[in-house]
Design a protein around this ligand. Structure first.
Ligand SMILES: CC(C)(COP(=O)(O)OP(=O)(O)OC[C@H]1O[C@@H](n2cnc3c(N)ncnc32)[C@H](O)[C@@H]1OP(=O)(O)O)[C@@H](O)C(=O)NCCC(=O)NCCS
Length: 153
């Protein structure tokens, strides 16, 4: 199984929609459900940071995405490297794809001068929380049903 990470663009819209739906199938309370909204979301992510979206391909087939933002100003009034989204298709979970995508995201944000990375996770998204903790993220403030996690790089 060969995992290849490359930059994503608007041509990956349909693949993003499929993988997003697959990733959030059992976690819909934190996700967009309507296809129209998922498409709009992908376009918003691209507008936020055109260089910051990466796709993982397995033998040439998209299996996961990560979306970063090198120009994000956080809720807590600091400039941080933000990770807005990470999704891995259900059938490809547990194979190290998420970890590879996070490495690509961290390298990208580091290359843009960031020393601190921020992301938000749904309070009941225990799997993602464990995943981030494994990768060195620490849970902090809670805003509504979202928990802020940060990592110094
Ligand atoms: C979270 C997600 C991206 C993880 O992707 P993945 O490709 O399965 O993760 P990996 O295989 O790279 O796992 C990396 C590490 O995290 C750990 N991990 C992953 N999922 C885990 C889980 N459910 N419970 C405990 N640990 C987990 C792995 O054991 C692995 O540790 P290791 O390196 O010591 O073996 C994926 O489950 C997903 O798409 N979830 C739905 C969408 C979502 O919740 N996104 C986050 C929104 S904030």
């Amino acid at each position: 199984m060969e995992i290849r990470i490359r930059k994503a663009g608007i041509e990956d819209l349909e693949a993003f929609v499929d993988i997003y739906k697959s990733a959030y199938r059992n976690m819909q309370e934190y996700a967009y459900r309507k296809e129209r909204n998922i498409k709009y979301y992908f376009k918003w992510l691209l507008r936020r940071d055109r260089e910051g979206i990466f796709v993982a391909e397995i033998d040439g087939k998209p299996a996961g995405f990560v979306a970063c933002d090198a120009m994000w100003h956080s809720f807590f009034d600091e400039d941080v490297g933000e990770i807005h989204e990470i999704v891995v298709a259900r059938e490809y979970r547990g194979k190290g794809i998420g970890k590879k995508l996070m490495e690509a995201a961290e390298n990208y944000l580091k290359s843009r001068g960031h020393k601190k990375i921020e992301l938000w996770v749904g309070e009941r998204n225990y799997a993602a929380k464990k995943f981030y903790e494994k990768l060195g993220y620490t849970a902090g403030e809670k805003v509504g049903r979202w928990i802020r996690m940060v990592k110094e790089i």
